[in-house]
Design a protein around this ligand. Structure first.
Ligand code: SF4
Length: 471
């Protein structure tokens, strides 16, 4: 499977990227018919699925949790790891049987996977019952593709970035916390990462469009917005309008939504101005996800991460000093090609110095078409497993240590839903992004509640509700 070579592809300059109004087709043609949508991968995909749900609802579809009941099945796929592909192909095997019983069933596959060159053809050849294939850049066309013909293979995938659509009618999953895309794609080209190939180069939305969206969310009563992008703190660099992420963050904070978050930031783009803005505004949450990836400067260079171990530590310490009580989580990959025991010890050294609140840890696996895939994957799988286990034990210990500091304290928690810890339990997040379970009921969901923490675990806290808070 190959990936488009972005250096050879006709990539449009940022001046050529147009901002256009989303189509938002409306029709009764599918009134009462059911859709089943399955989302794989990251938060970006989860938010894209809110756009897909909006498109399907506008055509009259209603949702179902059971794919066998559906009149249309839409898979919003991920390309970040090989097993994400396997899951999609495995599920399509089941859909194939269903399609034999229900030939009128529409099957659509979209998202990151089809952006990879060859995948659309694989789908056409091996899964000819798939009606529609769409990419990450033409989600807006899905409604038209469904309306125009649901019984032919209709391949429409862009391999390079498309225009920016405004006025998208999302069907948001929540009425109190919302994702707001501030940019699309990524220009960093970390050597192991497939995102710049599947989502294209960075295109930032105009600041005014973002602010209008946030104002509208405030009017609708949303309590939390998360500014979303692959590399949010590079925001604006492509626009050359004189504003950057620090400017945007400050303007969003001024709108007055009680909680403002952002994800994900790259250490290389983390400016002093950003730190000052986060420190200045109470409604910018003291939580930062700051991917480390490796603690070895040698491996960071091979990964194309643009910072050294020392630079990461300097940034980390600066953030901790300027933003009291901030919690910081990270991403770490173990077993990158040529990672020696000494390199891994460097990673552990950073972990021990930073004592992260939490981390997403991964074993390296090559993604075909990325520069890193050309380096021999020369770390034995047992060694990778062992390193992951060692790392996870240390990370979990620090996580528990941080969580224990909360016991006896009163914190504000936005209750987001029912907890899986029991029928009479609800859960939500502190300002520092700690998961809290409390006894509660339906009426607590969607409120910011004051909670006294009674018990700490590695991945969550238990607490008791004290009073409702209006902020
Ligand atoms: S910054 Fe993130 S999304 Fe961009 S290439 Fe690097 S890892 Fe991928």
């Amino acid at each position: 499977m190959n990936l488009p070579d972005l250096k050879k592809a006709k990539v449009r300059s940022n001046e050529e990227v147009k901002t256009i109004k989303a189509t938002n087709l409306k029709s009764n043609k599918f009134a009462g018919k059911k859709y089943y949508l399955r989302t794989y991968g990251c938060q970006m995909n989860v938010h894209d699925s809110e756009e897909i749900k909006g498109i399907l609802s506008n055509l009259g579809f209603i949702s179902t949790e059971n794919y066998e009941d559906a009149d249309i099945i839409v898979l919003n796929t991920c390309a970040i790891r090989e097993n994400a592909h396997d899951k999609v192909f495995g599920f399509l095997g089941r859909v194939k049987h269903l399609k034999k019983e229900k030939p009128e069933l529409i099957v659509a596959v979209g998202g990151c996977m089809p952006q990879q060159e060859g995948v659309a053809n694989t789908l056409k050849e091996k899964y000819p019952f798939v009606n529609i294939v769409f990419g990450t850049h033409n989600i807006n066309d899905l409604g038209k593709m469904i309306m125009e013909g649901s019984n032919k293979q209709d391949i429409e995938v862009y391999s390079i970035e498309g225009d920016i659509y405004e006025e998208i009618q999302y069907k948001r999953d929540s009425k109190y916390e919302a994702w707001v895309n501030i940019m699309y794609g990524c220009d960093k080209f970390c050597t192991y990462c497939i995102v710049p190939y599947t989502r294209g180069k960075q295109r930032s939305r105009a600041m005014n469009d973002i602010l209008e969206e946030v104002k509208d969310l405030k009017k609708k009563g949303y309590l939390e917005v998360t500014l979303l992008g692959q590399n949010v703190n590079a925001y604006g660099k492509d626009l050359k309008q004189g504003y950057d992420f620090a400017t945007l963050l400050e303007e969003v904070a001024k709108i007055g939504i009680p909680r403002v978050r952002f994800v994900t930031s790259h250490p290389w783009d983390f400016t002093d101005e950003m730190i000052e803005v986060i420190a200045k505004y109470e409604n910018i949450m003291p939580y930062i996800h700051l991917p480390l990836q490796s603690g070895s400067s040698k491996i960071l260079k091979l990964m194309g991460r643009r910072y050294t171990k020392e630079e990461y530590l300097t940034l980390y310490n600066k953030i901790k000093e300027r933003i009291p009580g901030v919690s910081i989580t990270t991403d770490i990959i173990v077993g990158f090609p040529n990672e020696t025991d000494e390199d891994f010890q460097e990673t552990l050294d950073v972990v021990n110095k930073c004592k992260f609140d939490g981390a997403f840890t991964f074993i390296y696996s090559p993604r075909e078409g990325t520069p890193a895939a050309l380096i021999k994957d020369n770390i034995a799988s047992e060694v990778k497993e062992e390193r992951l286990q060692t790392l996870n034990t240390i990370i979990n210990d620090y996580s528990l240590e941080h969580n224990k500091e909360y016991v006896g304290k009163t914190v504000k928690v936005l209750i987001t839903g029912y907890s899986d810890k029991g029928v009479d339990k609800v859960c939500g997040y502190t300002e520092t992004m700690k998961l809290v379970n409390i006894s509660g009921a339906k009426e607590d969901i969607g409120k910011i509640v004051e909670v006294k923490i009674t018990e700490a675990k590695s991945f969550s806290l238990d607490g008791e509700k004290i009073i409702f808070s209006n902020i």
